[in-house]
Design a protein around this ligand. Sequence first.
Ligand code: PLP
Length: 416
Amino acid sequence: MPDQTLHFESLLVHGGLEPGPAGATSVPIVQSSAFAYPTAEELEDVFRGRAVGQVYTRIGNPTTEALERRLALIEGGGTAIATASGMAAITTAVLTIVRSGDEILSSSSLFGGTFSLFRDTLSNYGITTRFVDPLDLDGIRHAINERTRLLFVETIGNPKLDVPDIPKLAEIAYEAEIPLVVDATVTTPCLATGASLGADIVIHSTSKYMNGTGTTIGGVIIDRGAFNWNTPKFPHFESYHKKYRAFAFTARARKLVHKDVGACAAPFSSFLLSEGIQTLALRMERHCSNALALARFLKGHPKVAWISYPGLEDSPHHQVATRLYGGRYGGLLTFGTGDKASAFRVINGLRLAKNLANIGDAKTLVIHPASTICCDYTPDEKGLMGVTEDLIRVSAGIESPEDIIEDFKQALDAIR
Ligand SMILES: Cc1ncc(COP(=O)(O)O)c(C=O)c1O
C-alpha cells in the first residue's frame, strides 16, 4: 500500500521502507563511508545535483535515508534530516536559520543542554538569546524585535513540565514572519504531530522515546515546508528559495550546515532507530498510563510534598495539555519530598528505577536534576527551569504499573 494511505501506527512499521535485498523486510545497514561510480561523469552529475545518488555518509546514506523518509511521514509530512544526537539536530537547525547579529527568542523552560547551547556557545559567535516564559503570550509578542529570527519552544518543558499553547505560539510567530522551532522530544508525534501543532521546524532527540530502549543517541530535524523564507528577514535563503521553494530550509541545512558541522547519523544508529520506532505508539500509551498511575499514587503519599504532572486534573497545565495532546500527558513527572537529603534517600532506596541522566527508556528512570544535569546553573537559572533542591524527575517506563508504584512506595515509606 502507498505510504500516503497508511495510518500513523502503520507508518511507524512500514513508512518509507523500500524492498530490501533478497526480500529483507528490515532496513539494510549500508556500512560504507563512501559510494563509488563507474565514471567520472556520473560522479560529477551527482555532485552537481543532476542525478540522484549517494556520495559520502556524512552527507547521506541509504540506511539513514530510509529512516528519514519514515520520520518525515510520521510527523505529518515534509522532509527529515537525521543527526548524530538531539543536540546536533538543535544546533544544525538553529545555525541554518540564524547568523551573527541575530537573536533567538526561546522558552526559558528548556532541557539544560539547549539552554547552555543558547546562553554560552552561540553567544560566543554573536548570536544572542532572549529567554521568555513560554506561557506568557503577551510577553513573547513584546519580546520579538527586528533582530529576532526564530521562536524556540519545547512541547512539554523538560524538566519544568509546563505545557505551552503551541498553536497560539505558531500564530505569534506567523504574524512576526519568523519560524516556530519546536522540540517535541517529550511528546513525540504520537501525542501530536508538528503539522497538527502548527510548528514550522520540529526537532526530536531520538535517543529517548523514538528509540525506546536507551541504546542509541540520535536526533532529527523535520522541515514541514510550511514557512515562507522568501522575506527580507532571510536574505541568506534567497538562492535556496529560488531553487527549492518551500523546502529552502532543508536545502540550506543539507548543502551547508549539516554537511559542514558533520554531525551525521551513523548507519547502524539509523538501523537501530528504524527498528525501535516501530513500537513507538504502543510504548507511548504505556509510558503515559504508567506516569498517570504513578502521579496519582504519589499525590496521595504523605511523604510527597508536591507533585507535577500535566495529567493530574488540578495541574495548571491540564487543560492545554488535554486540548493539544488528546488526553495523554507524556511519561515525565516530577515530585518533591521537601529537601535534597530526603530526595537522595528516595533515589537511593529505589530498586527497580534506575538513577541516570536520560528519559524515554523502556525502564523507569529517575534523577535529581539540581545536583546533576542542572548543577552548573545559578539559582536564578534553576528557578527559570523549575528545578528545586528537592525535585526528583521520573521518566515512567513500560514495566507493570504495580511494580513501579511498589518501588516508589517502599522507597518513600522508608524515609523519615
Ligand atoms: C527535550 C530534550 N531535547 C534535546 C535533548 C538532547 O538530546 P541528545 O541527548 O540526544 O543530544 C534532550 C536530552 O535529554 C532532551 O531531553
